[in-house]
Design a protein around this ligand. Structure first.
Ligand code: NDP
Ligand code: 2IT
Length: 454
């Protein structure tokens, strides 16, 4: 047993798998981190079920089925030629078509898309819906781009990507930097290239072009529902709790709204420029207008909301809270932040973003007895509702908001229950990380066994 990037020892059987992942995927730190976390959870599984090892299921899971990397040329408004790099990693299709978002952010590289695609396999399995795992994106920075530039970029991106997609093959959606507007442009170009109105080839569409109610809200709502379930099991609730949410994008915004519906008070949120603190509780309607309609910043919120303060470059996790919900980006919550949160009396953390908490921070929460919900479980409501969108598109149906939200709530409660029960069964009661990794793994692994060596 040797310690790795995340610090916990690995089961001896998994050590060569890990060494192989490091050797074959050099310089992909985020991918290593995501794989390591899952391998650390799987010790009790391989000890109990050696047939997964004999069939090399874990090695196969760590190798994407297909990786597409492509050039995206486009013209900016000044007529200059711009070149970006596009990615789609089709990681695992044992449970259904590849499914996962597309991220536009300058930090995107293959290792980041692979970490996201790897996580997506287990997350999608946990939803109980028939969807495999994949992820895509580009190192394109939409900040400061005009609407026309965004459209031209999306069209060029889809001109290459369309040949790899299909409602039974690969179904992308949004992620950081990709929302309803971008999905609309991507869908328009797909429709044009294929001459098919294939609604369920993309999810997260606007309501007027085949989108589903509650998809926009689903990730943030789902995360808040997961927190509520986690607290409920211990005789607590969000009611009256002081909450801090990082980010102010799609996930953060709707987490804030749902926290308020459960009686919680979100006193701070952020963007990459700084933090806004609003002791009365973030005014959801104002923040939504600034972010979704005006495409503004949290500094604009502070300027318009009496009593709110903007701290440029501020540290969001320094703001005292009982519940922390990181909803911005990977590794945004460090060991130092975790120590601060614990000292300030934080009792629960739920990842709205993908892998926002560093392994050292996760360990600090565990040591302090802070409840911790990993993204694979806590933010699965977004992709689950995407699968509901596929279902509605396939049956040419459109559900009400209430019905869709009921479905989402049911799915989140089920994920919570499965994670808790699996953790208990495998000797790690209360450990949602182990529960999510093991439950997701077993579901995918059994499907892979049934499909034979493909
Ligand atoms: P958005 O683009 O809507 O919002 C992202 C928010 O996070 C913005 O406030 C942004 O600030 C901040 N942020 C992003 N990257 C950085 C960075 N490198 N440093 C500091 N702040 C940053 O994205 P989403 O809300 O959709 O996604 C947020 C997270 O949730 C991501 O990890 C994503 O993978 C995950 N997720 C998203 C789902 C979805 O359905 N959209 C589903 C499940 C998970 P700024 O504007 O200044 O960049
Ligand atoms: O990380 C995620 O789960 C997403 N970005 C949503 C994926 C989807 O297909 O809805």
């Amino acid at each position: 047993m040797t310690p790795g990037v995340n610090g916990h020892p690995l089961h001896d059987i998994l050590e060569p798998v890990w060494q192989d992942v490091l050797r074959r995927n050099p310089a992909e730190a985020e991918f290593h981190q995501a794989v390591r976390e899952v391998l650390e959870s799987l010790g009790p599984v391989v000890a109990k079920h050696p047939h997964y090892v004999e069939a090399a299921i874990i090695e196969r899971l760590c190798e994407p089925e297909r990786q597409v990397v492509f050039r995206v040329p486009w013209h900016d408004d000044r007529g200059r030629v711009r070149i970006n790099r596009g990615f789609r990693v089709q990681f695992n299709s044992a449970l259904g078509p590849y499914k996962g978002g597309i991220r536009f952010h300058p930090s995107v590289n293959l290792g980041i898309i692979k970490f996201l695609g790897f996580e997506q396999i287990f997350k999608n399995a946990l939803t109980g819906m028939p969807i495999g795992g994949g992820k895509g994106g580009a190192d394109f920075d939409p900040k400061g781009c005009s609407d026309n530039e965004i459209m031209r970029f999306c069209q060029s991106f889809m001109t290459e990507l369309h040949r790899h997609l299909g409602e039974y093959t690969d179904v992308p959606a949004g992620d950081t930097g990709v929302g309803e507007r971008e999905i609309g442009y991507l869908f328009g170009q797909y429709k044009r290239m294929t001459n098919r109105y294939e609604s369920s080839v993309l999810t997260g569409k606007g309501l007027g072009i085949g989108g589903a109610r509650v998809r926009r809200e689903a990730t943030g709502y789902g995360t808040a529902i997961f927190v509520q379930e986690m607290l409920k099991e211990r005789g607590m609730s969000l009611d009256g709790r002081r909450v801090v949410v990082s980010g102010s994008g799609n996930v953060a915004l709707y987490a804030i709204q749902k926290v308020a519906a459960f009686g919680g008070i979100t006193v701070a949120c952020s963007d990459s420029d700084g933090v806004v603190i609003d002791e009365k509780g973030i005014d959801f309607d104002l923040l939504r207008e600034i972010k979704e309609i005006e495409r503004g910043r949290v500094a604009d919120y502070a300027a318009r909301r009496p009593g709110a303060r903007h701290i440029p470059g501020g540290a969001i996790w320094d703001v005292p809270c009982e519940v922390a919900i990181p909803c911005a980006t990977q590794n945004e919550l460090t060991h130092h932040d975790a120590t601060t949160l614990v000292a300030n009396g934080c009792l629960a953390v739920a990842e709205g973003a993908n892998m926002p908490t560093t392994p050292e921070a996760v360990r600090a929460f565990a040591e302090a007895g802070v409840l911790f919900a990993p993204g694979k479980a806590a933010n699965a409501g977004g992709v689950a509702t995407s699968a509901l969108e596929m279902q509605q598109n396939a049956s040419r149906d459109s559900w009400t908001f209430e019905h869709s939200e009921e479905k989402l709530t049911e799915i989140m409660r089920d994920i919570h229950r499965r994670c808790a029960e699996t953790a208990e069964t495998y000797g790690a009661p209360g450990n949602y990380v182990a529960g999510a990794n093991i439950a997701g793994f077993i579901q995918v692994a059994d499907a892979m066994l049934a499909l034979g060596l493909v």
